[in-house]
Design a protein around this ligand. Sequence first.
Ligand SMILES: [Ca+2]
Length: 475
Amino acid sequence: METWWTLLLLLLTVLLGQAGADRKGNVKVGGQQGQSCQEQMSHSSEPKASRCSYTFVVPQQLTGAVCVTSRTAASKANLSEVAALWAEMRRQKGQLEELRALLGRDNGLVEEVRALRAESSGLNARLTQTYAQLLQQVLQSKDLTLEQQQLESLLLNTTAQVLQVSASYNELERKYEMLNSKVTNQSELITRLEKQCQVKNTGLPQQVFSVETGEADSDVQRDQSATVFRVEPGSTVFSPATEQPIFLTHCVVHPPYPTGPWWDCQHVLDSGGHTSGIYLLRPRNTNHLLQAWCEQDRAQGGWTVIQRRLDGSVNFFRTWEQYKQGFGNLNGEYWLGLEHMYWLTAQADYRLRVMLEDWQSRQVFAEYNHFHLEPESDSYRLRLGEYNGNAGDSLSWHNNKAFTTLDRDRDAYTGNCAHYQKGGWWYHMCAHSNLNGVWYRGGHYRSRYQDGVYWAEFHGGSYSLKKVTMMIKPI
Ligand SMILES: [Ca+2]
């Protein structure tokens, strides 16, 4: 800065000296600038010379004089002050710029803060709204749960009522069948008595009747302790207990061979009973009496029928107790009873033959070289041998499975298969065969569940078979 000021002074001096030369003309002392200074010197002697207070310095090295003001110190002070002020001013200006820049940034921050506040307000509003919605949903969910519980309770009550009605209906049906049997029996009794009278009158050989005290004729026996009587034709028979006339349940003519009870139908055949029909059986070493249909005409005979379907006349959607004791009509559709099957198959080694017939009268069979049931304590678990036949094997899948009914669930399914399949069977998860299902007319059936009388390997699960017979025979 000082150098800059010095140069400025030198320039001013030169300009002043030139101006003086222009005014006086021919002054030549050591150069033009020297002349100018001398002239100024002469002027300085004048009264108003104080106005010009220059000091002439003529350095030898310079070609012209250098003018320096006599008030150099003061001027320097003023100039330095000015310079200081300039510097201060620039510094303050700089600070001002910085402040402006900061202010600008602060303004930006303020805007950001405002925007954030606005956004925060928006978020708070949305949060409040979401919370209110959530609360409403929770309240609605509670209401729905309550309604669902009420519906479930209602459903359970309704199911219980349906079961009660179903049980009542079954009971009524049973009573109806019993009464019907009584009427039939009485009619048969009258007919037989008439025949006996005719025999007596005509002198034909006597017949021996096996009779059972009881109410129904061909119903699967209800009283296992029933007594077997030999009745002479023409005699009046009374029940020892009730003194009521005994209903002749069936008439088996067997003069050539001894009367029963027999061990099984093979025993009947071996004893000369070649006619298919109802026989009284008592497995070896037991006092367990039962009646069964003996099939002596098909597959070499000797077969004890344990199950038969042929016309849909009997309802097979039954309870455990009914499946245990047996039900139906020995002349038609029936289930021999798990307990009877157990006693029969416990006395010897048996095989099972399943005979099937479709609605086009095509007949097939499935045979298993071993068949027996475990006792009731093991839910009459099925034990089956190897398959042979032309129907396909739809029972081995049920091997080693317990028996399940609508009121006793022993299957591997989470629900009760008997409810869906409408029968009782050695259900697994659930069935490849369902021979105790609903008897549908015509074969292919439509149902919500696979509940027909089917054998999956023969026409599949949605085809209800026309005729089915399950029968056993000792090996
Ligand atoms: Ca189950």
